[in-house]
Design a binder for this molecule. Structure first.
Ligand code: AG3
Length: 272
């Protein structure tokens, strides 16, 4: 028996694995899929675990539903990244008109759909528009168009770092309608503290208000952080609980709990 470990310095997140299902290299990254012993298949990009089949809802529910349910009436949603289709699947559980996904790496989409189709048909939904391209360029070219923008990128260190900049968040603000909301994953609470605080500070400066929250995600170093930007007068501390899809990990009660960050982060967030 062997195992796969992703290291965060000297701390590791490990799964026992039965074998490797796929290995390849795209224009952008190394793509691997493993069969774990008990948690289904696992996607790894450049050595970083992206999702584990049995646990991916601990991430995708939390990335999608807080913004979708805080917004009064989201109809037009943009997803940046998220080539595995997990976020798209959750977005489509809401009564929206259109979900546009801009993913840079077609090989991630094709590989995941072939070996572990967690999208559950989301790419075939008539409300979905898939664009293979650069998310930054896309957002830059749109004005006043989206209700919600969901950024499902890789880590705030490495190639995706510009997706955490004030400049990029400014493009997101302009691409959103007046009551628009943007949400992004923002690394681990403990192992990406600096990067999280920088993303949060950038969001605060680019938007009318910003929130940071965390949730334990199996597959990443827990807890995992998220940052939200609000363009207008939308209350992120109230969600339309009655309109929630039937979720497993996320609901309105948990929403309030998530917003209380640990002391060391709260104090730094005030200064960020
Ligand atoms: N979201 C990836 C989150 C980053 C995980 N980071 C890590 N393991 N170091 C994209 C995949 C889920 N749709």
């Amino acid at each position: 028996m062997s195992e796969f470990t992703e290291w965060y310095g000297d701390y590791g997140v490990s799964f026992r694995i039965k074998g490797k299902v796929f290995e390849g290299r795209s224009e952008f990254q190394r793509i691997e899929i493993y069969e774990t012993e008990r948690s289904g298949k696992m996607l790894v990009l450049d050595g970083a675990i992206q999702f584990v089949e049995a646990w991916e809802r601990t991430y995708h529910e939390i990335l999608v539903h807080p913004a979708m349910l805080a917004h009064p009436n989201p109809k037009n949603v943009l997803i940046i990244g998220g080539g595995d289709g997990g976020a798209l699947r959750e977005v489509l559980r809401h009564p929206i008109d259109k979900a546009t996904m801009v993913e840079i790496d077609r090989m991630v989409i094709d590989t995941v759909r072939e070996h572990v189709p967690i999208d559950e048909g989301a790419f075939e939904d008539t409300r979905t528009e898939l664009i293979i391209g650069d998310g930054i360029e896309h957002v830059k070219s749109r004005k006043n168009e989206y209700d919600v923008i969901i950024i499902d990128s890789t880590d705030p260190v490495g190639p995706a770092v510009s997706l955490f900049s004030e400049e990029f968040y400014g493009y997101c603000r302009d691409a959103l309608k007046d009551d628009g909301i943007v949400i992004t994953q923002a690394g681990g609470s403990y192992f990406h503290t600096k990067e999280f605080l920088s993303a949060y500070g950038n969001m605060k400066r680019a938007f009318v208000s910003a929130y940071g929250f965390a949730f334990p995600v199996i597959g990443y170093s827990p807890p995992w952080n998220f940052v939200v930007g609000l363009k207008g007068d939308v209350d992120f501390e109230r969600v339309r609980a009655e309109d929630s899809p039937d979720t497993k990990y996320y609901d309105a009660k948990r929403h309030m709990h998530m917003l209380y960050m640990p002391r060391y982060l709260r104090e730094e967030m005030e200064r960020a």
